[in-house]
Design a protein around this ligand. Structure first.
Ligand SMILES: NC(=O)c1ccc[n+]([C@@H]2O[C@H](COP(=O)([O-])OP(=O)(O)OC[C@H]3O[C@@H](n4cnc5c(N)ncnc54)[C@H](OP(=O)(O)O)[C@@H]3O)[C@@H](O)[C@H]2O)c1
Length: 208
């Protein structure tokens, strides 16, 4: 599979590394030109390349949007039409500035991205695990105490594809429900951050 990355920082670089280990191709991008990602591309090795964000979006079959939340409106829209988009973004008002609809609870961070990408099939994932843990906590399917990660989204087929990807990275997957249920594992919720098995994560999501 070709996986496009819109954002290639801590979490984008980690997802890219895990995807390459599973034999996927990754197309990285950032807010600048592809040459600025040459070191990361070299470090990731065969299967990795860099492009402008719109071209990475165009090339990918699954696209990971992993930028500071405040920049979500710069994510290219047209090349992502109809595509599976993984949203890792978190809203931190200290970094992103205040978004009143999120502050007052009428909007979620993933809902905001979904408004910006109205025909994309968005799955919220990877927002509640720290990048170093994501790289190292994965275990083969069936391992005792395997860590679980939560997803949320409105498109069942997209969620199935993302579930398979996350499982291949070494994690069980717990479906929290529709995209709006992603609020159950947003910042400051019980399911934001701690290492948890699937059963533990379900309990945390219910409390969130
Ligand atoms: N760090 C974590 O452990 C972690 C875990 C889970 C979720 N998250 C969330 O995931 C998102 C990314 O976090 P991060 O830690 O990976 O951030 P980061 O290391 O600061 O990387 C951000 C990346 O986004 C790129 N970017 C910024 N604006 C862009 C734009 N308009 N178009 C394309 N690319 C753009 C940056 O490129 P430039 O260098 O060109 O600016 C950079 O490659 C955030 O929302 C964060 O809250 C982070």
């Amino acid at each position: 599979m070709r996986i496009g990355l819109i954002g290639s920082g801590f979490i984008g670089g980690s997802v890219a590394r895990l995807a390459l280990a599973q034999g996927h191709e990754v197309i990285l991008s950032n807010s600048r030109t592809p040459d600025t990602l040459a070191d990361l591309v070299a470090d990731l090795g065969p299967g990795a390349s860099a492009a402008l964000a719109a071209d990475a979006a165009d090339a990918g079959e699954i696209i990971v949007v992993t930028v500071p939340f405040k920049n979500y409106t710069a994510v290219p829209v047209e090349p992502l039409a109809g595509k599976i988009v993984i949203d890792t973004n978190n809203y931190y008002f200290e970094r992103d500035g205040h978004f009143s609809a999120i502050d007052d609870g009428t909007q979620t961070p993933s809902g905001a991205l979904a408004e910006h990408l109205p025909t994309s099939r968005i799955v919220k994932a990877f927002n509640n695990i720290q990048w170093e843990q994501l790289l190292h906590d994965g275990l083969p399917a069936g391992s005792p105490n395997r860590r679980a990660l939560s997803i949320a989204g409105d498109d069942a087929e997209a969620k199935a594809a993302v579930t398979a990807l996350i499982d291949s990275f070494g994690y069980d997957v717990v479906d929290a429900g529709g995209l709006v249920e992603g609020r159950r594992f947003d910042r400051d919720k019980p399911a934001y951050g701690p290492r948890a098995t699937a059963d533990e994560l379900r309990e945390m999501l219910a409390r969130g």
